[in-house]
Design a protein around this ligand. Structure first.
Ligand SMILES: [Zn+2]
Ligand SMILES: [Zn+2]
Length: 137
């Protein structure tokens, strides 16, 4: 089972080998500015993730050890890549097909924008994930 995805213009393409993962939304200031709204991602084990086209891939180090990777042509925000992490965080909207996944948690809600409502049925954390991660993640 593989899941393909990429940016809006097609300059960057990737594949995930095996299952996808639930989505966690981050409402921190950095994610807000980078995405223009709030950022959300799936944590995919690094060994199951592969770039298949890199022609227009660019990156921005938003904090020490973190690269936010995007397409320099179409501007698609694609992944949050933290050095030393065993996973890479991929934008769910970049996949070609429906993901079959759900958003299971919201983090950094203390920094959330005022132009949307948080879903009361989904766990919201003021800052980072709780120890052990978001339940179900
Ligand atoms: Zn692109
Ligand atoms: Zn964030």
């Amino acid at each position: 089972m593989t899941h393909t995805g990429g940016c809006a213009c097609g300059g960057v393409r990737f594949v995930v080998h095996g299952a996808l993962a639930p989505v966690i939304a981050c409402h921190c200031e950095s994610c807000r500015r980078w995405s223009g709204y709030y950022w959300a991602a799936m944590e995919i084990p690094r060994e199951r993730f592969e770039w298949t086209a890199l022609a227009t891939l660019a990156g921005w180090s938003s904090s020490p050890g973190v690269m936010r990777r995007f397409c320099r042509v179409c501007g698609a925000s694609l992944c949050f890549d933290e050095a030393g992490a065993d996973h890479i965080e991929i934008a769910p909207g970049a996949f070609d097909a429906l993901t079959g996944q759900a958003t299971i948690g919201h983090i950094y809600c203390a920094e959330a924008g005022d132009y949307y409502q948080l879903d009361a049925a989904t766990p919201c954390y003021p800052y980072d994930e709780p120890p052990g991660g978001v339940p179900g993640g």
